[in-house]
Write a protein that binds this ligand. Structure first.
Ligand SMILES: Nc1ncnc2c1ncn2[C@@H]1O[C@H](COP(=O)(O)OP(=O)(O)OP(=O)(O)O)[C@@H](O)[C@H]1O
Ligand SMILES: [Mg+2]
Length: 192
């Protein structure tokens, strides 16, 4: 089982959006997934309550280890709760202030594999595009600003359930992130 935390000190950077869509990528690739909503705002639960997601979302960590391939944590924007996982996906916006905040909390998780995910990149904006490309060249994953992410979750679905213009590009972005996580190697869960 792999445990993946979507974690960032910053709020509103896409933790919930990416956690649910990453779960969608894994589910449609044939993996068993469970999303744990660890944020008191319970946004992932709100989406799940629309009853359209093909996987389950639970409001906290399960008491017993679930029989899944991916356990995905949607965290609250909180620097004090360090995720108890090996792999962290850290969403951020293509902004210098986000980068500084992220880099400051890097030392807290240096024993883990951390993938920076520059989310909602608007490539029409010069400064955003330049910073995103620089971070991409340093190994960050890029996810573009796409209305399909907003629309799909407001309907209670992931982009993998949408068959409209733009959905395929969004799916490809998430599939590339899944491939990257799969290439890391399987996590050994010692203490659940
Ligand atoms: N790639 C994207 N393109 C366009 N809009 C996006 C994208 N990612 C997220 N959003 C939008 O940005 C807003 C914040 O996203 P989200 O709720 O996923 O962030 P969050 O980090 O989970 O927030 P919080 O810290 O409050 O839990 C939402 O309105 C979401 O629809
Ligand atoms: Mg959230």
């Amino acid at each position: 089982m792999r445990r993946i935390a979507f974690w960032s000190p910053k709020g509103g950077v896409g933790k919930t959006t990416l956690a649910l869509n990453f779960a969608g990528a894994a589910y449609y690739a044939g993996y068993k997934v469970l999303v744990c909503d660890l944020d008191p705002q319970q946004s992932s639960i709100d989406v799940f309550n629309e009853k359209k997601l093909p996987f389950s979302v639970v409001p906290d960590k399960p008491q017993v280890m679930p029989n899944v391939d991916f356990l995905i944590y949607d965290h609250a924007p909180d620097i004090n709760t360090i995720p108890s996982v090996e792999t962290i996906i850290m969403p951020m916006r293509a902004s210098v202030l986000d980068l500084k905040a992220i880099n400051r909390c890097y030392r807290l998780v240096r024993d883990k594999t951390v993938i920076k995910c520059i989310n909602a990149v608007d490539t029409r904006r010069h400064d955003e595009r330049i910073l995103a490309m620089k971070l991409f060249s340093e190994g960050a994953h890029l996810v573009k600003d796409r209305s399909i992410y907003v629309r799909s979750l407001s309907h209670g679905e992931t982009v993998f359930q949408m068959n409209v213009y733009g959905a395929r590009d969004a799916q490809n972005e998430l599939n590339r992130l899944l491939s990257r996580v799969l290439s890391i190697g399987k996590e050994k869960v010692v203490n659940y």
